[in-house]
Every structure is written in C-alpha cells, then in structure tokens.
Write a protein that binds this ligand. Structure first.
Ligand SMILES: Nc1ncnc2c1ncn2[C@@H]1O[C@H](COP(=O)(O)OP(=O)(O)OP(=O)(O)O)[C@@H](O)[C@H]1O
Ligand SMILES: [Mg+2]
Length: 259
C-alpha cells in the first residue's frame, strides 16, 4: 500500500511540533540514547545540553533523518516520520546545521547560501534575495565573495545557520552554532536566534556548550547525560538543578564559558 503523503503545509502551522518519542539508539557497545522524549514547537527555542558524548548530535541526527532509532519514533505535527529520509523531512520544513561543518568549501559564501535555497526548488532570483537577506542577518556580507574554505571557524558556523535558514524551515536544529564565535559576538548571535523564533516563527533546537547563550535565548532546556534525560525545564530551573551542575562540572571547567 502506498504511504499517505502528509500535507507539506501541515508542519508549517503555528505551534506545530517536532517530537522524538521514547527514542533509543545504540552504537557497538555504546548506548547513545536511552528512552529520550523531546518536543519542539514552532515559535520556541529549546536548548539541548549535556557533556561531550551525552547523545545530543545523535538526537539531532535522528530527528532530521540522518540516523534512525532502534526504538521509539519521530513525529512531525502528529505524523510518524521515523522512516522518512532526511530529504523528505527537509521538504516538510526541517533544517539543521552540522557540528562539523558541511558547507561547499570550493563555493563562495554567497553561493553556499544560494545553493541551499535552490535546493528547495526556488528560482534563481528568489535564491539570490534570500542569500542577500541571510548574509546580512548572519553578519557575513563582507565575506560573500570569498570561498567558504577561507572562513574562520565561527564564521563558518554562521554560514551553516544561513544555509539552514535559506530553506525557510519550520524547524531548525542548530548543532553548536556558536562554537568558535568570539565571546563579544555571542549577544549578536543570540539576537539572530531570537529573531528566527519570533519573526520567522521557527521552532529552534539549540545545542551549545556556551551556557550564557543557552540560558539567554532558550524557553526550555533539556539536559542529556550518558544518553538519558537528566533534567528538563525553564532556564532558571536548570540553572538551579544540582544534578545538572554535577554532570557539567568537569565539562565547564574545560570549556570555561559558563557564567
Ligand atoms: N556513528 C557512530 N558510531 C559509533 N559511535 C557513535 C556514533 N555516533 C555517536 N557515537 C557515540 O555515541 C555517543 C553520543 O555521541 P554524540 O555525538 O551524540 O554526543 P554529543 O552529545 O553530541 O557530544 P559532543 O558534545 O561531543 O558533540 C558517544 O559515545 C559517541 O562516541
Ligand atoms: Mg555533538
């Protein structure tokens, strides 16, 4: 029987949700995720934090169709999309950045954003316009004509965000987008994340080790530790959570960026 095609616009309704339901995933001997349930609605920023190896990127991979759970499911506005390819989920409004950048290094910064827009089936003129707006928004206009390979790490991360936004997603999953960003530029980036949520009504899942950024922009925070949910709640609850502090102690000492 042919699989029913979901209305592509359904996931784009205000308040629509992307949900991982009781997801588990193991890699040879490592339980990367253990019965994790997490939901993001359009118009909110959900933080996903936890020490190195906690399972954050694995969860992003599973939500976006770059990996598949051993148990549990992924739902987009109530529809089970667990078996959907990344490409199909992309057509239904999901976009992501990669922790280890995947821009086209030989193309210019501008071309990278245009190609991402063109991938959604838009025309060249619209792609160019989206690139203009996004390069400005992500403070990349001055680098537009440079090869992506020449960007500093922090700028390359923001190019990833511009590429994801060029698809005009309903949900965007950002895997450490502020890594390598000078501390002085973090407030500016926080403003971008807020505007994606508030102006574009996008649901944002934000992974970052910069706790100042996470506490500042997130409506809710979900904490993973060794593949399991350790805590979830509003930033002030998470900040006060002793277990979270314990899980993070070594981590923050290394990163030194918790305020
Ligand atoms: N493809 C894979 N093959 C084998 N093990 C994997 C694979 N992907 C992830 N893992 C393991 O699963 C666990 C979770 O990894 P994951 O990358 O999801 O963590 P993370 O929370 O994103 O960490 P970080 O903060 O370092 O990015 C780790 O122990 C990792 O080594
Ligand atoms: Mg990761």
């Amino acid at each position: 029987m042919a699989e029913a095609e979901t209305d592509p616009h359904e996931a784009r309704r205000p308040g629509a949700s992307l949900r991982a339901a009781s997801v588990s995933r193991a890699f040879a001997g490592v339980q990367a995720l253990r019965d994790v349930t997490l939901e993001v609605h359009r118009g909110e920023v959900v933080g996903l934090i936890g020490p190195n190896g906690a399972g954050k990127s694995t969860l992003v991979n599973i939500l976006t169709g770059f990996d598949f759970p051993d148990e549990g499911s992924v739902e987009l506005e109530g529809h089970d999309v667990t078996s959907w390819s990344a490409h199909r989920r992309g057509r239904h409004g999901l976009a992501r950045t990669f922790q280890h950048g995947r821009s086209f290094r030989g193309l210019t910064v501008r071309e990278n954003v245009e190609v991402a827009a063109l991938g959604t089936g838009t025309g060249a003129r619209t792609a160019k316009r989206r690139a203009d707006v996004l390069l400005e928004r992500l403070r990349l206009t001055n680098y537009a004509h440079l090869p992506a390979a020449s960007l500093a790490h922090g700028d390359e991360r923001r190019l990833g965000v511009a590429r994801a936004l060029a698809t005009e997603p309903a949900f965007v999953l950002l895997d450490e987008p502020a890594a390598g960003l000078p501390e002085a530029e973090v407030p500016d980036f926080a403003a971008v994340v807020r505007s994606v949520r508030d102006t574009d009504d996008v649901g944002v899942l934000l992974i970052d080790h910069n706790m100042a950024l996470v506490m500042d922009v997130c409506n809710r925070i979900h904490v993973l530790d060794h593949g399991a949910t350790l805590a979830q709640g509003e930033p002030k609850e998470i900040r006060a959570n002793v277990d979270v502090a314990a899980a993070y102690l070594g981590e923050t000492a290394v990163h030194g960026n918790v305020t």
